[in-house]
Design a protein around this ligand. Structure first.
Ligand code: FAD
Ligand code: NAP
Length: 549
């Protein structure tokens, strides 16, 4: 492990290169070691944690409760670690990542401050050559891309962005030393999850906050509270059972879902159920009924309920109307979870600016120009999101068979088999890749499932003395069609969301994650593995394909 220029050399040959030292890469390294395989991990960060290393903005917090957003693979770790709050703040999640890295001695195989720039497959040797921005060249049998679905932060392409004379920050690249907002005029661009979490905290410190909103979002209060011993024990005493149950749910979260339609109950009963979910807080609001994401009329009832709550919370009727989302069904953009977000607009130092339809005209040396008005600011916070799901992968020059670049193959949208592999890219695995439930789920559950599947696959290859696995084109085509078909049975494609690639100008509009559900997806993956890795071509060193189409 190294974080400085005197770093030890990276081994020239390993069984596996893992890109990314977030929760995906950390667990992958642990599993590979358990198989007796050698591995190195690269990350551009200076330490482990991935998302929770980079997103240090004020208010950053988990929207899945921590008893569920944590590793389940080690009984010792899950019993020993203690979360201070029910929905953990970023510093605690980062401390947890460090705790796990210490416990498993992960850092000795990790090389930080090192960006993977290229990965090239050699069909003759069945090996990948991986290159980094520090001149490392590593030959690896397997390459595991644990690069994260929300790790490629992006600034909008706004004219004048470099002319601003104050300080600018992106929520996904937040400085380690923090930002002092005291007495400052702050412009926040964006109203997604990161903005919704950070605005209340910034507003409590800054002189003025001006929020530039293009699309209002639905948000549910988190109801975060300090962890009590009783609550912690109520989980820890039955952790194996709860974890097993979560793995078979739709979203990887135990949410106590109601299995009936919003339209099957009286108006009075519907309101009672929504009130109860609102009082409980968090994303499980969407589990109030079983058809909120497939039936527009059902969805409308939930959306209307949340809009009415917004109108109750925000005193100025015009601001309340601007904050009430109408452009997309609730839940079809990632639902936000907040702590006093809407109430923050009642503060005298907070102003909401609706930038529709023209958007931001330009960034000026003094601030933000929109609708012909210049809003002066000392600091601009870009809470403008990510090139989600594909960005971290396509920013690496990944070349598979015949020198084909992954970025070119995915020009019209990502194509994978199970979100785990892409045809033409043998021995290259993705952790929570497009085509898997990933971002629609509690990511810890999905990360563990993918890592376990990859580890099981490599163990099976070893047992059969094979050294190469590749998705077949036919299996990939069928899976992509299935992912699309399932998505289009829901309301999700109706929103211009980052799930659809709609937040990045020019990115193809394809619904990227698999919405069939975490439990159902796990069963598919397990069944395919049990059936000799159906849809994958497995080959031995220098031999023809031996199995499994
Ligand atoms: P990441 O944590 O993103 O780690 C990927 C790592 O790969 C990064 O450290 C990055 O630096 C590195 N990397 C990428 N490309 C390269 C390269 N070319 N060379 C070297 N290193 C590279 N999910 C939930 O389930 N619940 C939540 O509440 C939740 N909250 C979130 C809040 C925020 C602000 C964000 C952005 C995401 C949130 N997520 C949440 C999703 C979150 O990304 C996952 O839960 C999880 O942390 C992802 O882990 P990972 O290891 O797959 O990827
Ligand atoms: P995001 O959801 O993509 O939100 C980005 C915001 O910036 C949107 O409001 C977007 O408006 C706006 N924007 C982008 N480009 C713009 C431009 N050129 N001009 C004006 N506005 C612009 O990004 P995020 O908030 O960082 O969240 C990304 C994901 O990370 C979340 O959906 C979630 O999965 C995860 N996350 C989770 C939590 C949590 O609660 N645990 C917190 C943060 C993030 P449009 O909507 O109009 O595009």
């Amino acid at each position: 492990m190294s974080t400085n220029s005197a770093r030890p050399p990276v081994p020239a040959q390993v069984d596996a290169v893992i890109v990314g030292a977030g929760f995906g890469g950390m667990y992958m390294l642990h599993r590979l070691r358990g198989l007796g395989l050698s591995a190195v991990v690269f990350d551009t960060a200076t330490d482990v944690g991935g998302t929770w290393y980079w997103n240090r903005y004020p208010g950053a917090r988990c929207d899945v409760e921590s008893m569920q957003y944590s590793y389940s693979f080690s009984p010792e770790i899950q019993q020993e670690w203690r979360w201070p709050e029910t929905f953990s703040a970023q510093p605690d999640i980062l401390r947890y990542a460090g705790f796990v890295a210490d416990k498993l001695d992960l850092r000795r195989d990790m090389w930080f401050e090192t960006k993977v720039t290229e990965a090239t497959f050699d069909p003759a040797s069945h090996r990948w050559t991986v290159r980094t921005d520090r001149g490392d060249v590593v030959s690896a049998r397997y390459c595991v891309m644990a690069t994260g679905c929300l790790s490629a932060a992006r600034l909008p392409d706004l004219p004048g962005i470099d002319d601003f004379q104050g300080a600018t920050y992106h929520t996904g690249w937040w400085p380690h030393e923090g930002v002092d907002f005291t007495g400052k005029r702050v412009a926040v661009i964006g109203t997604g999850s990161s903005a919704i979490q950070s605005i209340p905290v910034i507003a409590a410190e800054a002189a003025e906050v001006t929020v530039f909103q293009r699309t209002p979002n639905f948000s549910i209060p988190s109801r975060n509270v300090p962890m009590t011993d009783e609550y912690e024990q109520s989980w820890k005493s039955v952790y194996p059972e709860r974890r097993a149950a979560a793995r078979m749910t739709r979203n990887g979260v135990l949410a106590d879902p109601n299995d009936f339609s919003a339209l099957s109950v009286s108006e009075e009963e519907r309101q009672r159920i929504y009130e109860d979910r609102w009082r409980r807080g968090g994303t499980t609001f969407m589990a109030a009924f079983n058809d909120l994401i497939v039936d527009k009329a059902a969805n409308d009832t939930a959306a209307a309920f949340v809009r009415s709550k917004i109108r109750d919370m925000v005193k100025d009727p015009r601001t309340a109307e601007l904050l009430a989302p109408t452009s997309h069904p609730i839940g079809t953009k990632r639902i936000c979870v907040d702590t006093a977000y809407f109430e923050t607009y009642n503060r005298p130092n907070v102003t909401l600016v609706d930038i529709r339809p023209a958007g931001i005209e330009r960034i000026t040396p003094q601030g933000v120009l929109t609708g012909g008005v210049e809003y002066e600011a000392d600091i601009i916070v870009f809470a403008t999101g990510f090139d989600a799901m594909t960005g971290a992968l396509t920013r690496i020059d990944i070349r598979g068979r015949d020198g084909v670049a992954l970025a070119d193959k995915w020009e019209a949208g990502p194509r994978t088999y199970l979100g785990l592999m892409s045809a033409g890219f043998p021995n290259l695995f993705m952790i929570t890749g497009p085509g898997s439930p990933s971002v629609l789920s509690n990511m810890m559950v999905s990360i563990e499932q993918h890592v376990d599947w990859v580890a099981g696959c490599l163990a099976a290859l070893g047992e059969r003395q094979l050294d190469c696995i590749e998705a077949t084109q036919a299996a990939e085509d069928d899976w992509v069609a299935h992912v699309n078909e399932v998505a289009h049975k829901t309301l999700y494609p109706q929103a211009a969301s980052w799930y659809m690639g709609a937040n990045v100008p020019g990115k193809p509009r394809v619904f990227m994650p698999y919405i069939g559900g975490v439990g159902a997806y796990r069963a598919i993956c397990d069944e395919i593995a049990a059936d000799g890795f159906r849809g994958f071509r497995l080959t031995a060193p220098a031999q023809a394909a031996v199995a499994a189409e």
